[in-house]
Design a binder for this molecule. Structure first.
Ligand code: NOJ
Length: 480
């Protein structure tokens, strides 16, 4: 049987601090029983980009507590059979990181820690706008594939890799089981530094996969850590290629394209076009047979899925756990069917730098402030970064038909049922209106899955002896 693990993602700001996360571990264990909890960054940071702008990789940001709290968290998690993964943000640091502060002053040791150019290239950043920013202290431009508060590190410099070797050792000595590697496929842009000017400005030119793989190998190859890659770009071809080259490094990998939002994140399309179900289902079916694929329906980078798809959270859960996904990743609050909150109509209620970038881009494209806000409200990832409704956990635990109890049953089945753990996938039907029928077969045993995102028929998992699981247990509507 292929290796498998269930991952649960926590965005620490939604919990407040590390001690509060620790206090919730027993209930996370009971509800989802994850093998791993992946903690999004809680490191020292000016918080320009949700913590993905790290100012010190070995320090817990004051708002979240300290190292003692983290050790406690690791200890309590272990008592509940859960291992902790940290977010390893390799591609860039915060501008406030000591390395950058020294690099911009041309300190000889740090001068080449980042990618500096006298003349900027015409590249666009993932967040929109130029990927080069002028630094008046150094008198040169630095590359930032993401926000300008996140200068890209220069992995051509062996010292940078050595720094991260020390950081990885620091955390693993503390009992961390592994890492989710942020933006894992774009670590090297060596052509850029030789003055290569791509004809088409855009992020696909950044990929320097072979060099990136060498760096990752030096950092993570040949150890027993659990590592999961987050390649950016969302393009399946480059994802497959990257996967092939990094099998010895990563146990699993996400594809941000799963969330059907990566390609369109900076335009209004993500909210104004209806979900293209047929295309999405086929994509998921193709991807999920890759044994190391990590199927995520939600994350801190996308709005809440029940709002995005305007559908019953139980159907989304069935999609995630009934496809052959060996590394499903559940995002905090998904298990109670959390929807987008009402954050109001003022852009200032949206703290994320990306929400502001989308808003500005929409205004530039001619949208009125009102229309631009309507779109931001739908597509903003700030929707998924809010405090959770803790009272909903307690009340749903008592209701037999709640989303939470559905997750409990479904994840238990995912763990133990041989047809779900080992069965092949055969797609039977996909429709534009949101019907996805497929079969899981293990030897002579066949399960039929019927998902209907429109809600017109009941979504079910059926075995040879009848319905095993249904999105509406009290009203099984027969299918035509
Ligand atoms: C991917 C992370 O998931 C996202 O939140 C972040 O903005 C970028 N990497 C840059 O660090």
């Amino acid at each position: 049987m292929a290796k498998r693990a269930l991952i649960y993602q926590i965005y620490p700001a939604s919990f407040g601090n590390l001690n509060f996360i620790t206090s919730k571990i027993p209930s996370i264990a009971k509800n989802i029983q994850p093998d791993y909890i992946w903690l999004s960054p809680f490191f020292k940071s000016p918080w320009q980009e949700g913590g993905y702008d790290v100012a010190d990789y070995k320090e817990v940001d004051q708002r979240f507590g300290d190292l003692t709290d983290l050790k406690k968290l690791v200890f309590v998690a272990e008592q509940h059979g859960i291992k902790i993964l940290l977010d390893l943000v390799l591609n860039h640091t915060s501008v406030e990181h000591e390395w950058f502060q020294k690099s911009r002053c041309r300190d000889p040791w740090y001068a080449d820690y980042y990618i500096w150019l006298d003349k900027p290239l015409n590249w666009q950043s993932f967040f929109g706008g130029p990927a080069y920013e002028y630094d008046c202290i150094r008198g040169q431009y630095y590359l930032h594939l993401f926000d300008k508060s996140q200068p890209d590190l220069n992995f051509e410099n062996p010292r940078v890799t050595q720094e991260f070797q020390k950081i990885i050792k620091f955390w693993t000595d503390l009992g961390i089981a592994g890492f989710r590697v942020d933006s894992a496929n774009v670590l090297s842009e060596n052509k850029l530094r030789r003055g290569y000017l791509p004809r088409i400005p855009g992020f696909f030119n950044y990929f320097q996969t072979k060099r990136t793989v060498q760096v990752l190998d030096r950092l993570l190859g040949g150890n027993k850590l659990f590592a999961i890659a987050e390649p950016v770009g969302g393009v399946f071809l480059s994802f497959t290629k990257f996967r092939e080259l990094t099998r010895h490094i990563f146990d699993a990998a996400f594809n941000v394209g799963t969330l059907d939002i990566a390609d369109t994140v900076l335009s209004d399309k993500a909210s104004s076009v209806p979900v293209r179900y047929k295309k999405w289902f086929r994509k998921l079916a193709r991807w999920s047979v890759e044994p190391s694929f990590s199927l995520a329906i939600e994350s801190h980078d996308a709005p809440r899925a029940p709002s995005r798809f305007d559908t019953d959270p139980k159907i989304l859960a069935m999609l995630q756990f009934l496809l052959p996904a060996n590394y499903p990743c559940v995002y905090q609050g998904q298990e109670i069917g959390t929807k987008n909150p009402e954050l109001g109509d003022n852009i200032h209620n949206y703290p994320g730098v990306l929400s502001h970038a989308i808003y500005q881009q929409l205004l530039r494209s001619g949208k009125s402030k009102k229309d631009a806000m309507k779109i931001v409200k739908k597509v903003s990832r700030d929707n998924a970064r809010q405090p959770l409704d803790w009272s909903a956990f307690a009340s749903q635990a008592k209701q037999p038909d709640s989303v939470l109890n559905f997750y409990r049953k479904l994840t238990a089945l995912w763990r133990t049922d041989p047809v779900l753990t080992c069965g092949n996938l055969k797609v039977k039907k996909t429709t534009k209106s949101g019907v996805f029928d497929f079969e899981r077969r293990y030897h002579s045993q066949i399960y039929q899955v019927h998902l209907d995102f429109s809600g017109k028929t009941t979504s079910t998992l059926a075995g040879p002896h009848g319905i095993i699981l249904s999105s509406k247990p009290d009203q099984i509507i027969p299918r035509k």
